[in-house]
Design a protein around this ligand. Structure first.
Ligand SMILES: NC(=O)c1ccc[n+]([C@@H]2O[C@H](COP(=O)([O-])OP(=O)(O)OC[C@H]3O[C@@H](n4cnc5c(N)ncnc54)[C@H](OP(=O)(O)O)[C@@H]3O)[C@@H](O)[C@H]2O)c1
Length: 282
């Protein structure tokens, strides 16, 4: 009698982070020859989204390297709280390619592998779209260097390791984009453009790095992080009312989309996965 096909693991139900023990078992069952845990590097690890992505990946069985720029203390504290052992906090200032080269060496000597890169670091500042003078060159350069050049520089630094990944489906890069790339509505004009450029980068790199490495964008709508919670309630309510699903995203939902892209969507590359409650429809 034919054996049934091996389960590829299923996505935990929405918001069910507590069920990620099951996700971890699924990942382990489907990881190929090596028994060693796969390694994920996450930039912007201490941010509202980055911290949740680190937690979700750790719960799913990854060794997490939490990348920071200025928040070294918070990154080390985060690593202490992650499920399992062996995680680390490392300097990953995405605008400094020399530091990223030594980050890659550090990852190789610590773990001997890198299977996943999540480009989550990002920057912006609110400037009204019609305030052209308010969007000064320094801010433009900072946003483009951090949100576009940064993810590229991370991929360039880690591509050699990612290509050797034994994860089913190969190494994976997840770029955290934004619905602003599509709607051109967001914190400022250049932020929107930077995320559109990032989605374009996702496609070029997916082609260039295939078949060894998959590259996807995960594109959140407004997420109810601590920062967003601190903003004017009327503005948040308005954003929710303009979203067909009637609310903002939870960080856990973005993190689960990242895990799904890595673990389950093995024939998916060069595309943008929206996690925006249908925001562009309204
Ligand atoms: N929150 C939302 O509603 C939302 C919606 C759509 C998309 N996004 C995207 O999701 C990502 C994370 O957002 P978030 O809300 O978690 O942001 P956040 O809380 O403001 O955190 C930003 C993170 O980026 C890091 N960072 C900034 N500049 C950096 C640089 N040059 N090098 C390395 N790290 C740098 C910061 O690190 P340090 O603290 O160490 O300096 C921080 O950890 C961003 O790419 C953002 O555009 C967010």
């Amino acid at each position: 009698m034919k054996k049934p096909p091996r389960s590829l693991g299923s996505l935990p139900p929405e918001g069910a982070v507590s069920t990620l023990g099951g996700a971890r078992r699924a990942l382990m069952q489907t990881t190929s020859v090596s028994d060693a845990r796969p390694v994920a590097v996450v930039t912007g690890a201490t941010g509202g989204l980055g911290a949740q992505i680190c937690q979700t990946l750790a719960q799913a069985g990854f060794l997490v390297a939490a990348g920071y720029r200025s928040s070294a203390g918070a990154a080390h504290a985060l690593v202490e709280q992650l499920a399992g052992t062996g995680h680390c906090a490392l300097a990953a200032p995405v605008t400094d390619s020399a530091v990223l080269a030594s980050l890659a060496n550090d990852i190789e000597s610590r773990y001997g592998r890198c299977d996943v890169l999540v480009n989550c670091a990002g920057t912006t500042r609110f400037v009204a779209h019609d305030d052209l003078e308010g969007l000064d060159d320094a801010l433009i350069d900072d946003v483009l260097a951090t949100n576009v050049r940064g993810p590229f520089a991370m991929v360039r630094a880690l591509a050699g390791l990612l290509k050797r990944s034994e994860l089913p489906g190969g190494g994976v890069v997840v770029n955290i984009s934004s619905v602003a790339a599509q709607t051109a509505m967001g914190s400022n004009v250049i932020y929107c453009a930077s995320k559109a450029a990032l989605d374009n980068l996702t496609k070029s790199l997916a082609r260039a790095l295939s078949p060894a490495i998959r590259v996807v964008s995960v594109s959140p709508g407004l997420v109810d992080t601590e920062f967003v919670k601190s903003m004017d309630a009327a503005w948040r309510d308005e954003q929710a009312s303009r979203t067909p699903l009637g609310r903002l995203a939870q960080p856990e939902e973005i993190a689960l989309a990242v895990l799904t892209a890595i673990r389950d969507l093995r024939f998916t590359t060069g595309c943008v996965l929206p996690v925006d409650g249908g925001r562009p429809l309204k």
